[in-house]
Design a protein around this ligand. Sequence first.
Ligand SMILES: Cc1cc2nc3c(=O)[nH]c(=O)nc-3n(C[C@H](O)[C@H](O)[C@H](O)COP(=O)(O)OP(=O)(O)OC[C@H]3O[C@@H](n4cnc5c(N)ncnc54)[C@H](O)[C@@H]3O)c2cc1C
Length: 492
Amino acid sequence: MQCLARCAARSGTSTFVDTLSALRTRQNCRERNCSLSWRAGRYRSGPIRKHNWSMSTTSVKAYEYIVLGGGNAAGYAARQLVEKHAIAAHKLAVISAESVAPYERPALSKGYLTANPPARLPGFHTCVAAGGAPQTPDWYAKHGVDLLLSTEIVKADLASKRLTAKDGSQYAYGKLLLATGADALHLNELGMAGAELDGIYYLREIAEAEKLYEAMKANVNKHAVVVGGGYIGLECTAALVANGVRVTMVFPEPHVMARLFTPQIAAHYERIYAEKGVSFIKGTVVDSFADEHGSGRVRFIRLKSGAVLEADMVVVGIGAKPRTALFDKALAMEARGIKVDEHLRTSNPDVFGAGDVITFPLKMYGNRMTRVEHVGHARQSAMHAVDVMVGASTEPYDYLPFFYSKVFNLSWKFWGDTPPNAKTIVAGEMNPKLVAVWIDDSGHIVGTFIESGTEQEEAKLKELARTRPPADMERLEQAAAAKDPDGFLKAL
Ligand SMILES: Cc1cc2nc3c(=O)[nH]c(=O)nc-3n(C[C@H](O)[C@H](O)[C@H](O)COP(=O)(O)OP(=O)(O)OC[C@H]3O[C@@H](n4cnc5c(N)ncnc54)[C@H](O)[C@@H]3O)c2cc1C
């Protein structure tokens, strides 16, 4: 309490998320093991709810269910337990290292950076994307869910079913849902020279989005280098451009979104980025960073190709690493993730998993084990794991892979699979529509893609990816040759 009062007094504000200085104050609070609360629609500095926070280091608070994590999966798991399974008050705790309630993470590289006015909490707490009311801290309080924020779990003893937080507080569970997600891969973890300099930004959590937003505003008409050509790189580049920053993108692949796009699809997006002034340096990676005159701030980016770029800021989007460290020895792992079965149960019968952190069997594709870093999976797997956890479902998790992105005034969606030997047929010139299908070597449509589609068109393509009908190649190739995406859609 005293610590909160001191922190609030130092910040000079009673609202913690409005300003960057408040964010720093919140970090101070976090380091001192104190917290934020939510009153009258805003984050405020106190008072602390006793049942959450006045725990001595030796007491153990027991819950029937604990959701470990405070991201997309955690938010949707809590909603499922409350709305579908009417969980009794204080039987459920959501424990998160973050200092704000679970939010829709994809908004960080979209509305948070580009909208006018930019999206800010509480507008994008979880469940808005599913058409529900945002799950603000008020929502958790109203439903008797103990939302333990700024609470990093540092030890998990699965034999005694106890979790220990950084401040020593302990939590016992009946059943545990792991939703610890992933963190951005940082270049200094790879030992890159200069990677610790100021002016190098990553994007995973809201505090990082705030720093990136401030940096963009401070670098209007200046130059940024974006490292990485995946969807974080592309979305951050679009945000930088929208905010008046010139961008050079650097990535090792031959084109953007190499894990999903074909060269033909990528060329359309690269053309649009180039029209907006973006330059591409492909086929090389960053070797090191350096400052100027010992400023401590990044100024030069040396590439493996030998070229040296100058920049006022750098944004890195080179992938994510699942947060499994607490469980590496206690649970079975596969493909860098926590291994779960078709019911999303880990190798421990009372521990389940959801979202980015799990490697699970894809029922649609012969139970191929996979890890998916996408929000649709985070939401669906969380709700499914909850149903199994409470004994309401014995169905296997059946997920149709779905990816999407939004940049500038464009929006693409993809459903299904892209086997390595698949044939892709692309229709349209992206003005603005583009449609594509992936056909596997047995002649079935297995993946579908659309840019700027209508709801009905998207529903049709999703259904095709789910049902995988045989493709009439001749008819589809003829329709694609006419460069008319609407005609192609009719031919499907
Ligand atoms: C900028 C950005 C844009 C994105 N855009 C898209 C998009 O357009 N489309 C799409 O499909 N996907 C997108 N994604 C991916 C999507 O957001 C993730 O797949 C999704 O958030 C995963 O949810 P999750 O709950 O599994 O993990 P996360 O959302 O990462 O949440 C994990 C949570 O666990 C907490 N945690 C971890 N360890 C501990 C611990 N020991 N103690 C306490 N708490 C802990 C973390 O603090 C965090 O709150 C985007 C991701 C980012 C970062």
